[in-house]
Each structure stands twice: as C-alpha cells, then as structure tokens.
Design a protein around this ligand. Structure first.
Ligand SMILES: Cc1cc2c(cc1C)N(C[C@H](O)[C@H](O)[C@H](O)COP(=O)(O)OP(=O)(O)OC[C@H]1O[C@@H](n3cnc4c(N)ncnc43)[C@H](O)[C@@H]1O)c1[nH]c(=O)[nH]c(=O)c1N2
Ligand SMILES: CC(C)C(=O)C(=O)O
Ligand SMILES: [Mn+2]
Length: 506
C-alpha cells in the first residue's frame, strides 16, 4: 500500500509524562512519489540477513517487528507506514562498509538512523530495506582542546559531548531542542537557539568520514585534516552537511568547539506587537551586539508555556535573549540591548543570572513542541520551518498569524528570530481529516509566502518526505538536476535513503 498517513505516538522523549495518544489513524493522503521502485523481495532479504549475521554477528541484526517499527519513524508527523525489513547496528567504520557493500550487491535500500529525533520522516523506510542504527559507534575518537576541535562517532549525542567537554571548560553550542546525535545533526544541517552567535552545523563541521553506498570510505577534507580553514578544492564537507542520509553514512564528524563563556545572562521581555519584537532584534544585530541567543514566542506560545511550566510571563509577543562573555562585556551588552528594547516599547523585563534559573527558562523554550502537544491531548501538529531575510519576518509572521486565526486551527508561532527562522505548530486531530487538510493548506501558503520573500522552506529541519515538493519550487529545475547528478555519481543505484528529498528519481 502506498499512502501517506499520520498517527499519534507514545512520546519516548518525555520520561514519566502522560501519553499524548496511542491510537493508529491511517489516512491515505497522497501517493508516495513518482517511482517504479519496489520493496526488495523476501528471498533477497533472507539471504542478505544471513550474510549480515555472518559478518556482524547475530546480536547486530534484527528483523523483529517492534524494532523495525521503532526505526521507521521519527518525532514528526508520520508520512507513511512502510517498515524497514532489517535493522543493523555497526560497531565500526569497517562494519558500516561491509553493510554498504552487501546491500549494494543485492540492490537493497539503506537508511541511516541516528537518534530518530528528526521531524521530516528522514529515517522512515519508504521502500523497505535496512535501517542502519549508528548508536553503537559512540566514541569520542580525537580531542584537541587547545585547537578547539573534537572528532566524534555517530553515537555521540550533543548532550553527551557537552557533558564530556564541560570538565575541560569547553562546549559545543549547536542545540536543537532534542538530544540528537552529532552526525544526525550534521546530516540534517541542524541548528537551534545559539546559531545567531555560533552558527549552524554548516559553520561548525570541519571534516566528515563517510561510508559511500558501495562501501568506499571518504574523508571530505582529507584523512585526519582538522584545520579551521582550507581552500583545497571543492567543499565536500558541506556537501554532506544536510545530505540527510542520501549520499552515504557519516561515520565520524570533526567539529569546532568553544570555551565556556565566563558569564551568561538571560532575559525575557514582552512587546505589544510582533513587529516591535523583530525590530528590536534587527536593531540589536545592527548595533553589532554579539548576542548569543534571541528567540521569539508569540502570545499563543507564551500562554501554553505559562500554563505548562507554571510560569507567569505576560501573554504577548516575547523575546528570550542571552548574552555571553566576560562580566563587563555581558553587562554592557545587556544594558545596550535593554535600551533598544525600551525604545521599541518592550516591558516586563526579567533577568536570569543563576544557571538554574537560566536552564529553567531555556528548557521551557526548548520544550514548546511537547508543550503544544500536551496542551492538546490526542492531537498532532505539522511543524513549519521557513526562514527568510530577517526584515521580511514581521510581515510573514503577521500574515501567517492572521491566516491561522481565520482557519480556527491552533498554531503557536515561535522562532530563531536572529536568523529569520520561525516555526508554527499547526495542531490537528488525527481523527478529523478536515483539520489536517486545513493545517496542510496553511503550511503550504506560509511556505509559498516565504519563498516569495526570497526565503527557504526549511531553515534547519531538512526536506525528508515532508518538504519534497517545496524543494522543487525553491531550487528550480536546474538546481534539482544538479543535486540529482551529484547523487547519481555517489549513489548510482539510488540505494541511500530512497524516497527522500527528491519527488522523482534520476
Ligand atoms: C523537541 C524537538 C526539538 C527540535 C528538534 C526535534 C525535536 C523532537 N529538531 C530536529 C532534530 O533534533 C534534528 O533534525 C536532528 O539533527 C536529528 O538528529 P538525529 O540523530 O535524531 O537524526 P535522525 O535519526 O532523526 O535522522 C535524521 C536524518 O539524518 C539521517 N542520518 C542520521 N544519522 C546519520 C548518519 N550518521 N549518517 C548519515 N545520515 C544520517 C537520517 O537518515 C535522516 O535522514 C530540531 N532541529 C533543529 O535543527 N533545530 C531545532 O531547534 C530542533 N528542535
Ligand atoms: C520545531 C521545534 C521542535 C524547533 O525546532 C524549535 O523549538 O526550535
Ligand atoms: Mn527550531
């Protein structure tokens, strides 16, 4: 059956919290994609399984349904119900190479699996095949504190790395809300609240080791290279940042790391309009204040955030800010930013100095997706991720909010405003297809608007399945053709994560 569907799920990321829902609701919405591709034959999988067991050991290969299900979906809206045929756990680059060679020989799809926190169905097995769970390769393999770089295997998560770095007075700042794997973050070109100061994965990955579809091993900047800059030929590293498992397995990533700032100071400030909040952000950036975080939440998001976290912030468009540096520098940055906010009518300024208080504030911000779902029991949400030049943001958000209000759908708006990146969670009840349709229409309209404003359909979550049709519009035919010809060179049989990014094959 080729169909897209959505269903509510057990939230494994929220230990001890109530289930949002666990019913399976199948809604055939659209055909998968233009393709003549079929699932591998049962006999092919049986032989492949035997060969994989021979090479990796019985414990590293599974075909149980529960494990296949767990590996065939992520944290976003489910797009279809196809399961991987097998799940394997390589323990080394060499084993990853063997998996790729065996799958290539049998022409079986391969789907890299990090921690499954993606939001665009990147890990689902659109055509069956082998889900390759990278979590057992979990070593920090090279650490150079004085050069400010570290090399990690795919099982290392961002929180795990930061736990290790803390004792050395260092940290890695790229922070998607989830505790994602750093190689998964590389694969989706992730970012988060710190990007305005420290950049996204694109600016922070120096080199990656990749196992290609045929089993060859590539070092995108050359083996063991970790210089901060290079003019040596094409930038192959950036080709793999954002490749979403469609070009190969990332088996190592060399990352930039930073000193933990002497002082961090957070602030929350309410505004009467979205425009006043965004103007404040633009003026802070224009003034060259090296702000570390500047995040926007609208009135709807603030209301949910207050109720869920027992907070009492004003229900209004709100900026969350954070300043990093020496004590003197942080104080002067905060004073200057405070004056700018004042000038734009900002009020209810609240400061958080202690790390406990700051962590509480940022946890409330990071958890807003779960907060939205838990505030609407049994519901799911389409997550949008458009990003536009920052001056276009007030118009885009204001028009989007008007659309949401008119539709009757619940849709908090929030964003990494310093980067021009904003999200809505368009809430729908899976038992009401008309609500899903409304949410999809809203998402499509907003994305079209963002593209018309010279922006992108995805600032940080990637294309996966959810945004394939938008990529065509964003890149145009020559751009898509170029991407496909690169993929064809690296993956001539379209075996690496097929059914993602592109609406059709070569
Ligand atoms: C609550 C919450 C909040 C956020 C987010 C999620 C959730 C649940 N995210 C999205 C998510 O955390 C982000 O996309 C991660 O980079 C995904 O990393 P995983 O390791 O979970 O990859 P996951 O396993 O989900 O895979 C994602 C994609 O990468 C590929 N992949 C994974 N590991 C690979 C490897 N080793 N080699 C090759 N390909 C690989 C997969 O095939 C798939 O296509 C996010 N994101 C963001 O950018 N900013 C944000 O603010 C947030 N916030
Ligand atoms: C969409 C969500 C999960 C996100 O990216 C954020 O909170 O910034
Ligand atoms: Mn985000």
């Amino acid at each position: 059956m080729h169909c897209w569907f959505f269903t509510s799920q057990v939230f494994k990321s929220l230990p001890g919290k109530a289930l949002v829902g666990n019913s399976r609701n199948f809604h055939c919405i659209k055909p998968l994609l233009q393709s003549t591709r079929h699932r591998p034959l049962v006999e092919t999988i049986t032989t492949l399984r035997q060969n994989l067991i021979k090479s990796l050991g019985r414990d590293s290969v599974s075909d149980t349904e529960a494990i296949r299900k767990q590996h065939s979906r992520d944290e976003g809206v489910e797009r279809h119900n196809h399961l991987a045929d097998l799940v394997v756990w390589p323990k080394s680059t060499e084993e990853c190479s063997i998996i790729a060679s065996l799958c290539s020989e049998k022409k079986v799809p391969m789907i890299p699996f990090g921690t499954g926190t993606g939001l665009e169905s990147g890990v689902c097995a659109a055509y069956g095949g082998v889900s390759v769970d990278m979590s057992k390769m979990d070593q920090i393999v090279n650490f150079n504190p004085e050069d400010f770089d570290v090399t990690v295997q795919p099982g290392v998560t961002r929180k795990g790395l930061n736990h290790f770095l803390k004792d050395h007075g260092l940290w890695f700042p790229v922070d998607p809300g989830a505790d994602a794997s750093l190689c998964g973050m590389t694969a989706t070109s992730a970012s988060g609240t710190n990007a305005v100061r420290y950049g996204t994965m694109r600016e922070n990955v120096l080199n990656v080791e990749v196992v290609l579809a045929d089993g060859r091993v590539l070092h995108t900047a050359g083996e063991n290279r970790r210089s901060k800059k290079s003019s040596a030929g094409f930038n192959l590293t950036n080709l793999f940042v954002g490749s979403e498992g469609s070009l190969g397995f990332i088996t190592k990533a060399t990352l930039k790391i930073y000193g933990i700032p002497e002082m961090m100071l957070s602030a929350v400030c309410a505004f009467t309009t979205i425009k006043a909040a965004v103007d404040t952000c633009v003026q802070i950036l224009q003034s060259n204040i090296p702000i570390a975080r500047i995040e926007l939440m609208d009135d709807v998001a603030m209301d949910m955030c207050n109720n869920h976290n027992k907070l009492d912030y004003k229900v209004a468009p709100t900026l969350f800010l954070e300043f990093h540096g020496s004590e003197d520098s942080v104080k002067s940055q905060a004073k200057f930013a405070g004056e700018i906010a004042d000038y734009n009518g900002g009020s209810e300024f609240r400061w958080a100095y202690e790390s406990e208080e700051r962590n509480r504030l940022w946890k409330a911000r990071h958890d807003i997706y779960w907060t939205t779902l838990q505030s609407n029991p049994g519901c799911r949400a389409i997550i949008t991720d458009v990003c536009v030049p920052i001056t276009r943001l007030p118009d885009l958000i204001t028009q989007t909010k008007a659309d949401i209000q008119e539709s009757g759908i619940i849709g908090p708006c929030l964003g990494h405003v310093g980067d021009g990146n904003f999200h809505t969670f368009l809430v729908f009840n899976p038992n009401k297809p008309e609500e899903f349709k409304k949410a999809e229409t809203l998402a499509a309209r907003m994305t079209k608007r963002a593209l018309d404003l010279n922006g992108t359909c995805t600032g940080e979550h990637g294309i996966g399945i959810g945004k394939m049709n938008y990529l065509e519009k964003e890149m145009g035919p020559v751009g898509i053709e170029m991407m496909k010809s690169i993929k064809k060179t690296l993956d001539p049989h379209w075996l690496m994560n097929p059914g993602k990014i592109f609406l059709s094959e070569y």
